[in-house]
Write a protein that binds this ligand. Sequence first.
Ligand code: SF4
Ligand code: SF4
Length: 308
Amino acid sequence: MSQPEVSIPGSPVVPNMVDGDHVIQFSCHKGISCWNACCSNIDISLTPYDIIRMKKRLGISSTEFLKEYTVPHEMEKDGIAGVKFRPVDNGTACRFMKPEGCGVYEDRPTACRYYPIALLSMRKQDEYTDTESYALVKEDHCKGHEVNRRLTIADYRKEQGVEEYDELARGWRQLILKKKSAGPAVGAPSLKSRQLFFMACYDVDTFHDFVDSEAFGKLFKLSADEKAMLMADDVELMQFAFRFLKQVLFGENTIALDEAAAKARVDKWRARQMEIEREAAERLANAEEGMYENTDECIEDEGSCSRD
Ligand code: SF4
Ligand code: SF4
């Protein structure tokens, strides 16, 4: 349903939330006066599927891609790890921008496909299904809004090949929304859980080795067929990563555990906790002992103690 457009001073985002039937006026084409202006000053967040497409395109591992072409960032102060494109050295332009246009056009990320539309995902606290709305981004430099071509957002998404990207990012967006909905009550995630989230979501090749490891195989029961499929297909592995994170971060069990191995891990964890507590108690007792010893010295020193 269309709504009249209202603008926020200083912001390129038109604040009206609209659905896929909303009609926009827009066209981007070679020869337009602003050609490449949008790619000259980038702030592009990447989804896990974007990374898989890009690393395949470049013929490198996800680990190499992350190191060479991205910077990590924290999404909306929720302690959720995110990844953005790293621009050119000492500049703001995209490293894939060429005079003739995008150098990775067929595999360009979701955000590039959506522009000038912003996707807004929302989720109610007790629901796992997210609802999607859109907002229009109107920046002064973008002359595409002045071209007389009208189409719905749904048609624009189809034209830009966004549907596949959105479908394959759904599990990742659900994880983010779930974390956001949990809010501060759950507290900031530990460094270990943030590292796990980063590895499972963005570094598919490291996650591949993790799933292939003996330790993982001992704890999680995967059939030979499922394991072979995951080892052979990055996209399947990525979707498995979302399930894995839902299980380890939010306790939604969908991957069978080896009961004995799981119990052994819990026992080991409990033993380690007891060890930590015992060490802390020992340290405290030693510190108190030391304090009394010093006090004795002070008393023996009769008045020369600096703590008087
Ligand atoms: S990936 Fe392509 S479309 Fe996206 S910012 Fe870079 S050059 Fe532009
Ligand atoms: S019309 Fe907009 S999206 Fe297209 S090149 Fe110009 S600034 Fe970029």
